[in-house]
Write a protein that binds this ligand. Structure first.
Ligand code: SF4
Length: 238
């Protein structure tokens, strides 16, 4: 099924805070009037810390219409595949704002299941001039971790980041620091010793309030594809 122009505009929005286009998905289940649900993309891989502290929960309370857009976005996401990713490429090519970098997801989990990995792959293949930023917690599942490594990390334009928070233990850190190609994004504790074992990269956007810096940042979340180096990014809470 092909996308309409309105669907593309609705699904792919400019995020001034990060200086790039981004896609959203629902975080938690959304019950519908007919008794069915739209499944939350974070259901499977969220941590206890995510469930309790996600900043989007506050936004959902402040802006009830966010849920309506989430429902539309999820329907559009579910219909994405090799047959229509060319439309997204064409859509991005008409934008005046930069499209050299874009983000999956600014809200929700991009890799909620195996099918999502192949959706992302199809889109990345059709948009070789866009470097896709992919923060994910799917690394917590061994099968998903290997699938992402095989299908997405082999692509030059997908920057994969393992999302970490204070609920991750030393074993998680040990496992992910030696996996080739994964950047790590840590959020949830601003103290200097919050990250065990390794030196980290202080995120300029959150520590120095450099709005839009993600579009040109080199040593952070994009470092594995831009300068061929893995980074452990420390994001500030404030
Ligand atoms: S490290 Fe760079 S790319 Fe990552 S969130 Fe911070 S500014 Fe953005």
């Amino acid at each position: 099924m092909l996308y309409t122009k309105d669907e593309l505009n609705d699904m792919i929005r400019w995020g001034g805070d990060i200086g790039m286009f981004q896609i959203d998905r629902p975080i938690n289940n959304i019950p519908l009037d007919d008794g069915t649900i739209v499944r939350g993309s974070c259901n499977r891989f969220k941590t206890k810390y995510c469930a309790e502290t996600c900043y989007n929960l506050k936004l959902y309370r402040m802006y009830p219409n966010m849920k309506e857009r989430d429902i539309r976005c999820e329907r559009n996401w579910q219909k994405m595949g090799k047959h229509n990713t060319w439309q997204i490429a064409e859509h991005l090519s008409k934008k005046r704002k930069q499209t050299k970098r874009a983000r999956f997801m600014s809200r929700g989990e991009a890799c909620a299941n195996k099918q999502d990995v192949f959706r992302i792959k199809a889109l990345a293949e059709d948009t070789p001039d866009t470097n896709w930023w992919l923060p994910t917690r799917a690394w917590r599942n061994g099968y998903m971790r290997m699938l992402i490594e095989d299908e997405l990390m082999t692509m030059p334009n997908v920057s994969v980041n393992a999302s970490f928070d204070p609920s991750n233990d030393e074993h998680d850190w040990e496992v992910m620091q030696i996996r080739h190609g994964w950047n790590i994004m840590f959020y949830g504790d601003d103290s200097p010793d919050a990250i065990p074992f390794s030196k980290s990269f202080a995120c300029p956007k959150t520590w120095k309030k450099m709005k839009g810096h993600c579009s040109i940042c080199k040593g952070g979340c994009f470092s594995s594809t831009v300068i061929n180096r893995q980074s452990i990014v420390h994001l500030s809470e404030h």
